[in-house]
Design a protein around this ligand. Structure first.
Ligand code: FAD
Length: 352
């Protein structure tokens, strides 16, 4: 895009007008001189032949039309050339800025048709730990960590040698032996016949993301495997996660619990003062621990007037611990609730 188009045109027009003025001045002076000389010549008795007169008239006419020719024919031509030069200049400035942006953001390397590195940017060197000199002329296999199987590499090569763009992930090895992960786009540069003559590769370092994901997966597996019953809620108290131990003990499924409040687990006979104390502590952003009577999913014992209601076998006591969870910035994101079936625990203790 040409940002400074108008000032350029104005500058050009100014130059043309001033040059037109100078040309017209020169033409006027030259014509005046010619006429003066002709006059002097004729006063001295000289006479021009018909041919000489024709030549002189043609010369004077050409001289007079020079400013017009300059303005009408040459001006648009020069303006056009100058506009194209300005566009090309602007384009190359833009290309340089784009190159700088890509270099600041990504690891960039270029390989020749045989896969030998012919360019590696600073970020590539910084992340891989190799210097330019160590990389140039080498195959990218210098980074190979052995993580990917041959079929993965083969598919990549098959894609790019066909002139197509390949996108994927590489687990590479730094010079110091540590692994790093990159998302990669490899784009073949094609000649006039459509055959690749170079490959440009642009990558983003995703090592931190990969490590965080691995950590999250590990934590999720641990919470899933935990024998204690665990519930995670959001700030409003709606369940976002319930672990298998809780589902198994209560008869609720994850799908049923998600979006409910944990009080669906409470028995109708639960101690209201304990529940009130819990709510007060949580409202103040504090954790709470205590015993609560809960109830497994199922139909309540039938109460018949005048008859003794049998004990509700679905009820069970839990020792409950609810803790608010905070972000790094101190804002609360929700609660983690860990509970243990005390009856079951005590029963186990008794039977051991
Ligand atoms: P190999 O046993 O060498 O090859 C497996 C199969 O791939 C072969 O059987 C063959 O079918 C095919 N193949 C291998 N080399 C070529 C070739 N030169 N031409 C055509 N087909 C071939 N590798 C990484 O490990 N990490 C990277 O970050 C990485 N970036 C690359 C960036 C670019 C621009 C290019 C062109 C290649 C890149 N490679 C990268 C691939 C690298 O050059 C090696 O091919 C690869 O590391 C060798 O892996 P290997 O020994 O497991 O496979």
């Amino acid at each position: 895009m040409l940002h400074n188009y108008d000032p350029v045109i104005k500058k050009m027009n100014y130059r043309f007008l001033s040059s037109l003025l100078i040309i017209s001045l020169i033409v006027g002076v030259v014509e005046g001189l010619v006429m003066l000389l002709l006059n002097l010549y004729q006063q001295g008795g000289g006479l021009l032949t018909e041919l000489e007169e024709t030549v002189l008239d043609t010369f004077l006419l050409a001289l007079m039309s020079a400013p017009l020719l300059w303005f009408v024919v040459l001006r648009p031509l020069v303006m056009q050339i100058s506009r194209e030069q300005e566009t090309a200049l602007e384009q190359s400035r833009l290309n340089a800025q784009l190159r700088n942006a890509i270099n600041a953001h990504s690891l960039v390397s270029i390989a020749d048709v045989d896969g030998r590195i012919i360019h590696a940017n600073d970020k590539f060197c910084e992340v891989s730990g190799y210097t330019q000199d160590e990389l140039l002329g080498k195959d990218h296999r210098i980074l190979n960590s052995g993580y990917h199987d041959k079929a993965y590499i083969r598919t990549m090569w098959q894609t790019i040698t066909q002139g197509l763009v390949w996108q994927g992930v590489f687990c590479n090895r730094r010079k110091d032996g540590n692994f790093y992960w990159v998302t990669s786009t490899i784009m073949p540069l094609l000649d006039d016949t459509g055959k690749p003559y170079q490959y440009i590769s642009i990558r983003q370092d995703m090592t931190a993301e990969k490590e965080t994901n691995a950590e999250l997966i590990m934590l999720k597996r641990a919470v899933d495997a935990c024998a204690e019953m665990i519930v995670l809620t959001n700030n409003e108290g709606y369940i976002q996660y319930a672990n298998p131990a809780l589902c198994q003990a209560t008869g609720w499924t994850q799908a049923m619990l998600i979006g409910c409040k944990p009080d669906v687990l409470d028995s109708p006979n639960a101690d209201v003062s304990a529940i009130a104390a819990m709510r007060t502590a949580l409202a103040k952003g504090k954790s709470w621990a205590g015993r609560i009577l809960q109830r497994r999913k199922g139909i309540a014992s039938l109460h018949i007037a005048g008859q003794t209601t049998p004990p509700d076998s679905l009820e069970f006591w839990v020792e409950l611990n609810i803790t608010p969870v905070f972000n790094r910035d101190g804002s609360q994101t929700g609660y983690v609730q860990i509970q243990r079936d005390i009856q079951c625990f005590q029963y186990r203790l008794v039977t051991i």
